[in-house]
Unconditional design. Structure first.
Length: 418
């Protein structure tokens, strides 16, 4: 039996590879994962303060590399545009952090004699390629809709800029070229859906040459419980949301690729005769204005309970892979309002109960919100049932495990065979 070892950080209930691997391990039927090695579970010493992920630890290192900025500091174009400058230091620190987080799993895989080193971050894949044993395959599953250099510099350095401006910085271009080279060299490059790969081609057209080599591995998971619409009124009162008003939910963070700024601009264009508000869960309450249309909720631990309390979920990502928050919305039988980009298009193709927006102009978002707020109860329930059917047909933990197991079975094929 071939042995597949996942190289990643200690698994934990959080975002990114750590959370993905935790859900994957939990999805495995009893005894089915005998030939699969997962990273150990995170201990209190492994968990960063305030529940941050390994990627956010990288961001902290990135900020230190740029210097100790004052509040509201934004690196200047001169700082970010320096050749082999501060961005270089940021990326070097970020890669070192990934390798430190995955070192234990790599060491276990080596002692175990793994046939496949299944990586979840490009720096780990680069390291595995350099240190693998003869005959070992290196696979890489992409977890982000953009290269790491763009993610760090745009989302944490200059979120007010257009992403194209960030891609023009020489160190961002150089590190993106490095990452694309890692993707070319791995034995198997894996992504949840072809529509998500379109996002990467939009950012770096040179990566389109890898399209024929892709392995598609649709994600899924959660399975928290059956939806509970009878709890809606009680949940709203508990959270402090109005009982009779239609509620849209944005669930995520304020990083620019998530499009929260566009959503808030669109919401404010709604005319007074439209009944409805947008609840925003994730960003700190004091980081967002409370307006007639926007209700900041702050960080939320009971995501399932919050989903029970709202009428529909909004995803306005500028770039989209296949968001777990949308999967959870479908699981909870909620209609979804989606920007028609990347993995959001995949949800529509799978049959989710959704309304699509072609762009993120304020008028387009206001039109989408107005349409959703105007749905009658029966129409909303019908879309919710459609979402639940989509989840049960494609996105359950069992589907996630079965697709992984089928991919593991291909490890015996010659490299390059599909």
């Amino acid at each position: 039996m071939l042995r597949v070892a996942h190289l990643g950080p200690p698994i934990a209930r959080q975002g990114g590879p750590a959370g993905y691997l935790l859900q994957l391990r939990a999805a495995a039927p009893l005894g089915a994962a005998a030939g699969v090695l997962f990273p150990d579970e995170a201990t209190p010493a492994d968990r960063p303060s305030r529940g941050t992920s390994p990627l956010r630890r990288m961001v902290a290192m990135a900020r230190r590399a740029v210097g100790a900025p004052p509040r509201f500091y934004r690196p200047s174009d001169d700082i970010l545009g320096a050749d082999h400058g501060h961005v270089e230091a940021v990326m070097t620190s970020a890669c070192a952090d990934v390798l430190a987080a995955t070192a234990a799993s790599f060491d276990r895989a080596r002692r175990w004699g793994a046939d496949v080193l299944f990586c979840h971050e490009s720096p780990a894949a680069d390291h595995a390629l350099a240190h693998r044993s003869p005959g070992q395959q290196v696979w890489l599953l992409l977890h982000a809709p953009m290269p790491l250099a763009l993610y760090l510099v745009w989302n944490w350095g200059v979120p007010e800029k257009d992403w194209r401006e960030v891609m023009a910085f020489p160190d961002v271009r150089r590190w993106t070229t490095w990452e694309l080279d890692v993707w070319r060299r791995v034995d198997r490059l894996i992504i949840p859906c072809a529509e998500a790969f379109d996002e990467l081609v939009r950012i770096a057209p040179a990566v389109d040459c890898l399209r024929s080599r892709l392995s598609l591995l649709l994600s899924g998971a959660s399975a928290r419980r059956d939806p509970g619409p009878a709890l809606e009124t009680a949940r709203r009162r508990q959270i402090g949301l109005p009982v009779e008003t239609p509620i849209a939910l944005f669930l995520g963070n304020a990083q620019p690729y998530r499009g929260l700024d566009a959503l808030m601009a669109g919401a404010e264009l709604l005319p007074n005769d439209v009944d409805g508000i947008v609840a925003v869960a994730g960003p700190p309450k004091d980081s967002l204005p409370r307006t007639r249309r926007v209700r900041p909720l702050g960080p939320v631990t009971d995501v399932g309970g919050l989903l029970d309390a709202v009428d529909f979920v909004v995803n306005v990502n500028r770039f989209s892979l296949l968001d777990l928050s949308t999967i959870e919305a479908l699981e909870t039988a909620k209609p979804v309002l989606l920007h028609a980009v990347g993995g959001n298009r995949t949800f529509a193709q799978l049959g989710a109960g959704c309304v699509m927006m072609d762009d993120l102009s304020p008028d387009a978002i206001a039109g989408g919100l107005r349409r959703m707020f105007a749905l009658r109860a029966g129409e909303r329930d019908a879309l919710g049932r459609q979402s639940r059917r989509c989840y049960e047909a494609h996105l359950t933990p069992a589907h996630l495990w079965d697709r992984h197991a089928a991919l593991y079975d291909t490890a015996a094929e010659p490299v390059g065979a599909r």
